[in-house]
Write a protein that binds this ligand. Structure first.
Ligand code: AMP
Length: 329
């Protein structure tokens, strides 16, 4: 079992790693624990890391990588390991791949524990640790008024980086630097996503089955490809072509309109008209204004003219002739 546990701070990586370690006998390798140990021992490296950790930032890659390299070279890691909290960015992931290749121990799976933001904040800000035996508690599930370790009575402490403002920073750092690893490992075909909320035993069962499942090689995964293919087949070729045409026309139209709007003066921007149409409209307007009399005298003249024209009209002459003929009879 050579696995990497991925997930935001507070997603339960440490707790589940301890359970996997107890059941499968492979060591939990936690970069956070290695760093905290260096801090507690007051080593030069620990002193360097402390301020960065207390601010919720990531310790430099070379410091963490050095600790991980030493730990994975120990004999108990030969039969496998559960990496908890490492890698935390793409550079660390690449360095780990190189290191494991040199050790001849490639990763079997990357398990991502998904937990909602509110739960993460509640878990982290409520976490209390026994400084003597390391047992982890949460104020939300402890007996009211209890402040000591149930095993040895030692007063429980809050980790400096579990203070709420630092927790918010750590979640931000996770989103920016660690989240890209999800896509990275998905592309490598190693990622398995596990719902991290609910009872500890249930989450553990999900992790176990995900860790032990046989991975399907990427070239054997054809469900998605087939589904797209069959949908394309179902549509007749002509229909597909016309759909493509109208889609490209839709895409082209706004470009054309935009070009015309750009050419037209600002006043008429957006009005699209040809020269011919404009000339026709002008002529029509001129004719209309000509037929309309401008003054009262002109109007009278026009009326007289119209009467005379009507008298001269062939229909009126025919009517006159018919009347005369009737009188003669
Ligand atoms: P953790 O216990 O995994 O939440 O880690 C506690 C703190 O240790 C983090 O907030 C970081 O400051 C530091 N840390 C742990 N793992 C890494 C890592 N892989 N790279 C850089 N910093 C780390």
């Amino acid at each position: 079992m050579r696995i990497v546990l991925l997930g935001a701070p507070g997603s339960g990586k440490g707790t589940q790693a301890q359970r996997l370690q107890a059941k499968y006998g492979v060591p939990q390798v936690s970069s956070g624990d290695l760093l905290r140990d260096a801090v507690a021992r007051g080593t030069e490296l620990g002193l360097k890391a402390k301020a960065v950790m207390d601010a919720g930032q990531l310790v430099s890659d070379d410091i963490v990588l050095g600790l991980i390299r030493d730990r994975l070279s120990r004999p108990d890691a030969e039969k496998g390991f559960i990496l908890d909290g490492f890698p935390r960015n793409i550079d660390q992931a690449n360095a780990l791949a190189e290191l494991l290749e040199a050790l001849g121990q490639p990763i079997d799976a990357v398990l991502l524990l998904e937990v909602g933001r509110e739960t993460l904040i509640k878990r982290l800000a409520g976490r209390r640790v026994c400084p003597k035996c390391g047992t982890v508690y949460n104020v939300h599930s402890m007996a009211p008024g209890a402040t000591g370790c149930a095993k040895d009575g030692t007063e429980l402490q809050q980790r400096p980086d579990d203070k709420e403002d630092v927790v918010i920073k750590r979640l931000e750092v996770y989103e920016q630097q660690t989240r890209p690893l999800v896509e990275h490992y998905a592309k490598l075909g190693l990622l398995r996503v596990i719902a991290g909320e609910g009872a500890l035993d249930e989450v553990f069962e999900r992790m176990e089955s995900a860790a032990l499942a046989q991975p399907v090689p990427a070239d054997k995964v054809s469900v998605g490809k087939e589904a797209t293919k069959s949908r394309k087949k179902a549509a007749p070729a002509a229909k597909r072509k016309s759909a493509q045409k109208s889609a490209s026309a839709k895409r082209a139209k706004p470009k054309k309109a935009a070009r015309k709007a750009k050419k037209a003066p600002a006043k008429s921007a957006g009005r699209v008209g040809t020269k011919k149409v404009k000339a026709k409209a002008k002529a029509k307007a001129k004719a209309k204004s000509k037929s309309r009399p401008r003054t009262k005298i002109a109007a009278k003249k026009a009326k007289k003219k119209a009467k005379l024209a009507a008298r001269k009209s062939p229909a009126r002459a025919a009517k006159k002739r018919a009347g005369k003929a009737r009188k003669k009879k």
